[in-house]
Design a protein around this ligand. Structure first.
Ligand code: HEM
Length: 133
């Protein structure tokens, strides 16, 4: 019988999650080109920032103090993010969480990812509307 999956418990678990998630994203041509700025030398630094972010979200550690929204608005400016990108991102994220973990923190991670993705898309629409005025 397969071993029961545990919940996300600490930074080490988050690191595992982030790496497995990016392994999926970076192997999909529909997504990989969006990550050209962080591929290669910058990937480890990016993973560290993502671990800070998810530790702050799940365990309220408070060490992530950067501007996530601004990064994605500028990514949209550069590449044009669409609902397809967000749906793929979320599908891969949920799939990765479920493949490794189960429990309350895992559920919370998926909920937060979803609500942040909704807000990002709202902000993107607002920015596009402003650009047309
Ligand atoms: C279409 C969907 C998404 C794409 C293509 C995407 C892509 C990226 C890329 C390329 C970066 C690196 C930006 C840079 O450093 O220049 C990044 C950073 C980041 N993303 Fe996303 N992202 C997406 C959705 C999300 C969502 C829904 C979340 C929230 C859970 C999220 C959380 C983050 C965080 C925390 C960072 C680090 C920002 C920083 O440097 O402080 N992303 N993303």
């Amino acid at each position: 019988m397969p071993a029961e999956k545990g919940d996300i418990q600490n930074r080490q678990d988050i690191d595992l999650l982030v790496r497995a998630f990016y392994n999926r994203l970076l192997h999909d041509d529909r997504m990989a080109y969006l990550f050209e700025n962080v591929k290669g030398d910058h990937l480890e630094e990016h993973f560290d920032i993502l671990c800070d972010f998810w530790e702050s979200v799940l365990f309220l550690t408070g060490q992530y103090k950067r501007n996530t929204m601004l990064k994605h608005l500028s990514l949209h400016d550069q590449h044009g993010l669409t609902a397809k990108h967000f749906n793929l991102w979320l599908d891969y994220f949920n799939e990765t969480v479920d493949s490794l973990f189960q429990g309350n923190k895992s559920k919370l991670a998926k909920e937060r990812a979803h609500s942040i993705a909704v807000i990002m898309q709202m902000k993107i629409k607002e920015m596009d509307a402003l650009d047309k005025t």
